[in-house]
Design a protein around this ligand. Structure first.
Ligand code: IPM
Ligand code: SF4
Length: 466
């Protein structure tokens, strides 16, 4: 029987089929950040073990890092402690670490592709749920918990229950002004936050083929918000062209051999999916979340729904609660919702293409009076490139606050960058649960273009409104 891309990658990494339903998988790369890892290192030390493959392990600092200046210290005590432990643990076990202030530092999911660490057909794990991002390269990449981190550190393997296969086929091409972010919000609104549970999603179809690597990363990034373990896109010419520019790639005949292997990873025509969803790209438009989970999203052209629009029970209760928390009246046009903050950044939309998309909207325009637009590059490299392209000037002239330091920042508000209680943001991040961007914060998840247009008008807007 035919196999999917994920099944081929899985099969190539099984070290042992065990009786209890778990397979023991070989892991090609483990990425680490400062949150969730101290416990793993403590247990490793307590057990008198060492790191099996420090050469297949890479760390960075991202969640707690400041953004105002590169010489700024972490103010929060717990955050500072995590960063210090990250440094001492990596030093003790010989793991390369991209520290805050270094050239290659940034959000773990942003720097890994930049450094050429991720290739098609690899198994990649990280102590972070948005590791799904890296499936954009045709890798099998998923988040793991801290005891699993310890297991991989010690053995370079991981017991895993085989995943179910789900296909998301997006036919036709996305209309102009509709991005991968809008596509994935529409998908999650359709299938729900548990729609992909236990599955690895493979994104297919003409619209997906047409996406850049950055856009595919946005798509795979939010796979976890649909409940799935991983998201993948079969490697193609777009993937190879991106990889060819990455550091450390083989050249000449060796490169040709790799590409042939990567090509063969594409799913077989008779591969079976346990679940299949089809979307028509032509029907999509900019999406925005109104509630407190990403599935509570509607087209920007729409209105805030009412609880009675949902099935009685859990869904309706969740809508009622979300509306109260978000302080929104049913029936309000989304375009009438005013925000005081716009956040552009995160592992979903903190890459160079995202900054370019926002700059294209901001060029020659001004951020609305009294509104704070904060732009945080996903990595130090993204920031350098933005400066090379003159985007920093566009942001400055528009009155946006383009930060010096790279990291997660206001995506999760684990550093100093956060909303005050009651503040409302249009944000390019991926989660909007209560308090995500600071206690009492209200988040509307949007694309970079919508974020920038919203910054100009002060209300949820798309570039066509300007
Ligand atoms: C802190 C980290 C473990 C967490 C995650 O796993 O996703 C964070 O990155 C997030 O986005 O909420
Ligand atoms: S940018 Fe946000 S979603 Fe991504 S790893 Fe950081 S906190 Fe998590």
């Amino acid at each position: 029987m035919g196999r999917t891309l994920a099944q081929k990658t899985w099969d190539a990494h099984v070290v042992r089929h065990s009786g209890d339903g778990d397979d023991l998988l070989y892991i090609d790369l483990q990425l680490l950040h400062e949150v969730n890892t101290p416990q793993a290192f403590d247990r490793l030390r307590a057990a008198g073990r060492t790191v099996r493959r420090p050469d297949l392990t890479v760390g960075t600092e991202d969640h707690n890092t400041p953004t105002l200046a590169l010489d700024r210290v972490i103010k929060d005590r717990e955050g500072r402690r995590q960063a210090e432990l990250m440094r001492s643990n990596c030093a003790e076990f010989g793991i390369p670490l991209h520290r805050f202030g270094d050239r290659d530092q940034g959000i773990v999911h942003v720097i890994a592709p930049e450094l050429g660490l991720v290739r098609p057909g690899m198994t990649v794990v990280c102590c972070d749920s948005h590791t799904t991002t890296l499936g954009a390269f045709g890798a099998l990449a998923f988040g793991i918990g801290s005891s699993q981190v310890e297991h991989v550190l010690a053995t370079q393997t991981l017991p895993m229950r085989p995943l179910r296969q789900m296909s998301v086929t997006v036919d036709n091409v996305l209309p102009t002004g509709v991005s991968a972010k809008d596509l994935v919000l529409a998908l999650i609104a359709e299938v729900g936050t548990a729609g992909g549970q236990g599955h690895v999603i493979e994104y297919r179809g003409e619209a997906v083929r047409a996406l850049s690597m950055e856009a595919r990363m946005t798509l795979c990034n939010m796979s976890v918000e649909a409940g799935s373990r991983a998201g993948t896109v079969a490697p193609d010419e777009t993937t190879f062209a991106y990889l060819a520019r990455c550091p450390g790639m083989p050249r000449g005949a060796e490169w040709e051999r790799e590409v042939a292997y990567w090509r063969a990873l594409a799913g077989d025509a008779d591969a079976r999916f346990d679940k299949a969803v089809t979307l028509d790209a032509r029907t999509l438009s900019p999406y925005v979340s109104w509630g407190t989970n990403p599935a509570q999203s509607v087209p920007l052209d729409g209105r805030v729904p009412a609880p009675c629009d949902f099935a009685p029970g859990t869904q309706r209760d969740a809508a009622r609660r979300a509306l109260a928390y978000m302080d929104l009246e049913p029936g309000t046009a989304l375009r009438d919702v005013a925000v005081d903050t716009v956040f552009l950044g995160s592992c979903t939309n903190g890459r160079i293409e995202d900054l370019r998309a926002a700059a294209d909207v901001l060029r020659g325009r001004k951020v609305a009076d009294g509104l704070h637009m904060m732009i945080v590059p996903g990595s130090a490299r993204v920031r350098r490139q933005a400066v090379e392209e003159g985007l920093d000037r566009v942001f400055a002239e528009a009155g946006a606050d383009f930060r010096a330091g790279a990291g997660c920042s206001m995506c999760a508000a684990l550093n100093e960058d956060r909303l005050l209680p009651g503040q409302r943001a249009a944000s390019t991040n991926n989660r909007n649960f209560e308090g995500r961007q600071g206690r009492g914060s209200r988040t509307h998840i949007v694309s970079p273009a919508v974020a920038a247009a919203t910054a100009v008008t002060g209300r949820l807007s798309s570039p066509t409104d300007l």
